[in-house]
Design a protein around this ligand. Structure first.
Ligand code: PMP
Length: 368
């Protein structure tokens, strides 16, 4: 009966398979949980204190839609240092997801094609469809690298936007400077917007992080504090890019999210000054543990960023393999959540060492 009230756009979203794993986790006693896409450390105390102080100090109202002045200024200074010859504005958003929603709504017309790479972050196809766009995926198996010729061949007169994510969820693979430069230049030549989801930019282990915006000043960059500072529940992200695009997104925010939570924005201001090196080094070490632990048993593209690894299943489909893992109390995510294929699975190594070792042991046992 309620079906006739539900709008067609509900069909954009499949209820996430990740939820299924989380529900199982909640019901399970002592699971080995390598399924969670957030850091395992807590929000640094300085950030907590700044937020509490803001709340106690009465900073509880709406902020300006664009975000509180001091945070915008701090980010604008950083952005100017990184891209000295570019005109870029910044908008504080309700998490990185908020930034993704605003960019799709502000840039994608019904029927516009949006190109992204498979495997992809779960929200991408849904948000493109929500905006009326047509998702066009480029398969990057088996090494998850950007093949520029394939991108060039995929761009049509209907292509509005290319969405890139490096370091990537779910593969943990990072694009090289050359890949990003060529992609950025191609988008400029073909008159296509490049949107770069840089939420994992702090977690890059072997080479320095590079943004494609360095090579194309029209690039829209989406970033945020969720992963870098373990603030997933605080909902603070930001977008920076060409002023006319950011202005459109700010207008869109005014009529939807209104603003990011004000006390959390004061927390984010404190976050900007925090040194994350200790955590980055810790995740690099955990990455090495995962690679060493699985190398002889699984096909695995060496992860170089974020906190994920994406090995190929040794037998069956990812769905059947993950079911077996869950029977062994190991929670991991099947690749079909992030992909048209069902051949790989995602491990998050944002976990304590004991959990990680237990998980790797189960995986080695299941490999044969
Ligand atoms: N982009 C990617 C690639 C992600 O992995 C995530 C979170 N899993 C997001 C965006 C959304 O992050 P936020 O919590 O800041 O909305």
């Amino acid at each position: 009966m309620f079906d006739r009230w539900l709008a067609d756009r509900n069909d954009c979203f499949e209820s996430s398979g990740i939820r299924k794993v989380f529900d199982l986790a909640a019901a399970m006693k002592d699971p080995i949980n390598l399924s969670i896409g957030q850091p395992h450390f807590d929000v640094p105390l300085e950030i907590q204190d700044a937020c509490i102080e803001a709340i106690r100090g009465g900073k509880n109202a709406y902020s300006q839609t664009q975000g509180i002045g001091p945070l915008r200024q701090r980010l604008a200074d950083q952005i100017r240092d990184r891209f000295p010859h570019q005109q870029r504005d910044v908008l504080i958003t309700s998490g990185t997801s908020g930034g993704l929603v605003l960019s799709m709504l502000a840039l994608v017309n019904p029927g516009d094609e949006v190109i992204f790479f498979d495997p992809y972050f779960v929200m991408y196809p849904a948000l493109v469809r929500l905006a009326g766009g047509v998702p066009v995926v480029i398969d990057t198996y088996p090494d998850f690298r950007i093949n520029l010729q394939r991108v060039a061949d995929t761009i049509t007169s209907r292509t509005k936007l290319v969405l890139v994510n490096s370091p990537a969820n779910p593969t943990g693979v990072t694009a090289s400077e050359q890949e990003l430069r060529e992609l950025a230049e191609l988008c400029r030549e073909r008159g296509v917007v490049l949107v770069s989801d840089e939420i994992y930019s702090h977690f890059q282990y072997d080479d320095p992080f590079v943004s494609p915006a360095s090579f194309n000043d029209e690039t829209v960059v989406i970033d945020g504090f969720s992963k870098s500072h373990a603030m997933t529940g605080w909902r603070v992200g930001y977008i920076h890019g060409p002023p006319p695009l950011i202005a459109a997104m700010a207008k869109m925010q005014q009529f939807t999210f209104v603003c990011a939570p004000q006390p959390a924005q004061w927390g984010a201001l404190a976050a900007v000054d925090i040194d994350l090196q200790r955590h980055v080094d810790d995740y690099r070490r955990k990455r090495d543990l995962v690679v060493a632990g699985l190398r002889d048993h699984y096909e695995l593209s060496r992860p170089t960023g974020a906190f994920y690894a994406f090995p190929q299943v040794p037998w069956g489909t990812a769905d059947s393999f993950v079911r077996r893992a869950i029977e062994n109390r190991l929670l991991i995510i099947p690749g079909n959540i992030f992909s048209g294929r069902d051949s790989h699975f995602r491990i998050s190594y944002a976990a304590d060492d004991e959990t990680l070792h237990r998980g790797l042991e189960v995986l080695r046992r299941l490999a044969h």
